[in-house]
Ligand binder design. Structure first.
Ligand code: 26Q
Length: 821
């Protein structure tokens, strides 16, 4: 091998996608990797063999990409996230490697239906909702636009729980996605690290030790071992790495204790370590202040930082150039302790002085905020933080004293302002504010939609923004159109290709060309036929899964997302009840047949969210059994909504419900997926809906309700829901029906408290927006009656949504935050 050895390495054989060759490969994997022949193979074995065949192609590119990254010596991106909601990978990888059609043909020649085996792949649900799915879309887009990136997270044994509905109530069951093994991952034992907890801090020994240098002696240590999953970009251009950590005890069994007869004690350490990667916290907006959660946050942050620093030193040898070679993006505050961890590594392990350590840290980190809800802002009690991370507590204090001194010197903040930017909340029980730590430790802080970013500047980060006015910037979310159009909606994709060619597959903004077909009645007919077929497929699936009977000829009106009061599933249900009431009162009117579908999980401890699920079931049962509205209105709650279910429901939607209280949904990303699949949106001017309206045009979206400003003003002026309710006969009737037990005869008071909340407080402005929402729904009905107009608007949506591709989002991060060419 010569000095440039790599360039002389044998090149992997060119990829061949001949279905016959593929069929041979699959059978070969089946035989030699799984140990079965085609006759004995079960569907699971076929799936495994198919994944191995795809994986081998991915690996060729993975190795080339890694090599290219090393050779280019450019900056790498590290995306730190406690959640990656990836879903299934088989179709994604095969499609991105451009072998999906050939794979289908190969399998067909072996007598295997690709759709049937694809169904068997578990849905990797290592995330709660939007934030986790965004991380997955961004990973795929980074590979697609050729950004060298690593995702870092936790390999939870149990991801998001499986939701069952029992007697109408949500029941949470563990999801065991790893039960049959995971052919996508590679264990990398050689890249293991020790992670400490607790213990004490001593001054560093030796004459050369700097004053800030300390020696942390943790009381407890665990090993973090990574598992790598390749993430292939579109056309296999680049394959990046998703590195997920698992935890192991240093001593699996304490043999001395075991031999002394303490059998449980001998395993205690092991259980404690394994708990770290056991389960994803299923709360998406009200942080559970549990010690285990903070331990998870530190565990994966420390492992990731040690890995990043080791890799940097191995290739560049000089820790001070870290910010030139590494950009670390914090996905919300969940990994914010990484800021203190990097400072610790620089001070204690590398002997830098504090100023230099702090400068390197700030130039390396950037932070994405995903919520303005005060109850979702993470903070940890100082005593807990100090007990678990004594050295980091010192570092937080040191950062804080600099931050506050700088603020005083600047003169832009008064004492109250200084109090709000402090890393320590001194009101009551003292707490470490993770949002302020992430902000202080970053050179860039971004929101996820234009509105959300504007609101960040005047709410949560108003004072930090005064002090550092250049740091906050916007990066409107996007979604990957490979998964969310091309894979989940082959019918529409085929129709688009027929009309405008394949350009949009590499450049989603080329979807624009479709605009000129919007008024073309032949194209409209084909478009409506595709939608109808997708609705048929959903209807078949729901019949098989939950024995639901829904008519694909009706308008499919869908709200799928986590259940939360601010997302206002309750507004939708109250309007459904009101519509039910109106149909019964006026059966002679020309009602539009509607199917209303709901899906989503409630945080297990979120009482009202669980009650809303129960209400959806109660309303559904009553309406679906009433012959008076038969064929006109149907309601269904779809259990266990997840990525795979979204991939079937979204292409089948006519109407997308994006109805959060304005100012409360940071962005939304489901809204984008629906629109690009040709659904019309009924929505408030919240999150990215605002920008969607700007792109698709106000005639092609149904907007209603108070604006964020109006919500704010109403609250400030002392909003009295009672006055609003008294003005609306329909709302009064619907609320009374629900509160009096019309839908819950078995327990008439079940919804009394929930509905009382609307009468007395109505923080989420359900009553204030009701009439406007109801009127908007009747505008939707009117549009539906003219299918040509409906199709025209829907086609404009598909054509004009290209900007919401996560490729665009990633290009903006790369240019503005990571400074990658
Ligand atoms: C924090 C501490 C302890 C336990 C749990 C949590 C926690 C976990 C997940 C807090 C929040 C989340 C998830 C938030 C989330 O999904 N936010 C959504 O992010 C999307 C991507 O930016 C946006 O589109 C949505 O508007 C936003 O709600």
């Amino acid at each position: 091998m010569n000095l440039q050895g790599q360039t002389n390495l044998p090149k992997p054989a060119p990829r061949q996608f001949d279905p016959q060759v593929l069929a041979q490969e699959i059978v070969e994997r089946l035989t030699y990797r799984i140990g079965k022949n085609a006759q004995a193979a079960k569907p699971h074995d076929w799936l495994h063999a198919v994944i191995l065949s795809i994986r081998d192609r991915v690996i060729d590119r993975w190795i080339t990409s890694t090599q290219k990254t090393y050779e280019e010596e450019g900056r790498r991106v590290y995306y730190l996230s406690l959640e990656f909601l990836i879903g299934r990978l088989m179709r994604d990888a095969a499609s991105n490697m451009e072998m999906l059609d050939d794979m289908q043909a190969a399998l067909a020649s072996l007598g295997v239906d690709i759709d049937l085996i694809a169904e068997l792949e578990p849905d990797a649900a290592l995330g709660n909702g939007g934030l986790g799915r965004l991380a997955a879309c961004l990973m795929e887009s980074m590979a697609t636009v050729d950004v060298p990136a690593y995702g870092y997270g936790i390999r939870y044994v149990n991801g998001m729980f499986r939701q069952e509905i029992s007697d109408g109530w949500q029941v949470e069951l563990p999801e065991t996605w790893l039960a049959h093994g995971n052919p996508w991952e590679f264990e990398r034992r050689e890249a293991s690290y020790e992670i400490g907890f607790g213990g004490r801090v001593d001054p560093a020994e030796g004459d050369s030790a700097s004053p800030h240098q300390m020696q942390w002696r943790p009381a407890e240590r665990v090993i973090a071992t990574p598992y790598d999953t390749p993430i292939a970009g579109w056309r296999g251009k680049r394959v990046n790495t998703l590195r997920l950590w698992t935890a192991q005890p240093i001593d699996p069994i304490l043999l001395d204790r075991f031999n002394a007869g303490d059998h449980l004690g001998a395993l205690a350490e092991s259980n404690r370590a394994e708990a770290l990667a056991r389960v994803l916290y299923p709360a998406d907006s009200s942080p559970a202040g549990q010690e285990l959660r903070l331990r998870q946050e530190y565990f994966f942050s420390s492992a990731s930082l040690q890995d990043i620093v080791r890799r940097h030193l191995q290739y560049f040898g000089d820790i001070t150039t870290l910010p030139d070679k590494a950009a670390i993006q914090l996905n919300d505050t969940h990994p914010a302790v990484a800021v203190a961890e990097l400072v610790r590594l620089l001070l204690d392990d590398h002997g830098l002085d504090f100023d230099e350590a702090w400068d390197i840290t700030r130039r390396t980190f950037s932070y994405t905020n995903h919520t303005l809800l005060p109850e979702a802002l993470e903070s940890w009690p100082v005593p807990l933080f100090e007990r678990l991370l004594p050295r980091h507590m010192q570092i937080v204090y040191a950062i804080n004293s600099r931050l506050l001194a700088e603020a005083r010197r600047s003169g832009v903040l008064d004492d109250q302002g200084i109090g709000t930017i402090s890393l320590i909340d001194e009101g009551g029980e003292r707490r470490v504010r993770m949002g302020n730590l992430a902000f202080a430790g970053s050179h860039s802080i971004n929101g996820v939609s234009a509105l959300h970013t504007d609101l960040m500047k005047v709410t949560v980060f108003a004072d930090l923004h005064k002090l550092y006015p250049a740091r906050i910037n916007n990066k409107t979310n996007g979604v990957t159109y490979r998964r969310w159009l091309m894979q989940c909606n082959p019918g529409l994709t085929g129709l688009i290709r027929e009309a405008i060619g394949d350009g949009f597959m590499d450049d989603p903004e080329a979807l624009r060309d479709l605009d000129r077909f919007a008024a073309d009645s032949a194209f409209q007919d084909k478009f409506l036929a595709v939608k109808r077929a997708n609705k048929g497929a959903l209807s078949t699936l729901l019949r098989q899964r939950i024995n639901a009977r829904i008519d694909p000829g009706a308008l499919f009106d869908i709200q799928i997302k986590r259940i939360h009061e601010y997302k206002r599933q309750l507004l939708n249900l109250i309007e459904t009840v009101s519509l039910y009431d109106q149909i019964r009162s006026h059966p002679e009117k020309d009602w539009v047949p509607r199917v209303k579908l709901f899906g989503g999980k409630a945080a297990p401890s979120y009482h009202n969210a669980k009650l809303i699920i129960k209400l959806a079931g109660d309303v559904a049962r009553t309406i679906n059994h009433d012959p008076a509205v038969q064929g006109l209105l149907k309601v269904q709650f779809v259990p266990n909504y997840n990525v795979s279910m979204a991939e079937v429901m979204i292409p089948a939607a006519d109407l997308s419900e994006q109805i959060s209280t304005a100012g409360m949904e940071a962005s939304g990303t489901g809204n984008m997926k629906f629109a690009v699949n040709g659904a019309l949106t009924i929505g408030t001017l919240d999150g990215a809906n605002v920008e969607m309206r700007d792109h698709v045009g106000e005639d092609n979206i149904v907007i209603f309700g108070l604006t964020a400003q109006q919500v704010n003003d109403r609250r400030a002026a002392g909003y009295a829901p009672r006055d609003v309710i008294d003005q609306s006969k329909e709302l009064t009737q619907a609320l009374n029906a629900i509160a009096s037990g019309v839908f819950s005869p078995d327990d008439p008071d079940r919804y009394k408290g929930l509905i009382d909340g609307i009468w007395t407080n109505d923080w989420f402005m359900v009553a204030a927006d009701f009439d406007s929402y109801s009127a908007a729904q009747r505008r939707v009905d009117a549009l539906w009656k003219d299918q040509a107009i409906w199709a025209q608007k829907a086609i404009h949506n598909v054509a004009r949504m290209g900007w919401f591709s996560s490729d665009r989002t990633i290009r903006e991060y790369a240019a503005d935050i990571w400074k990658i060419a």
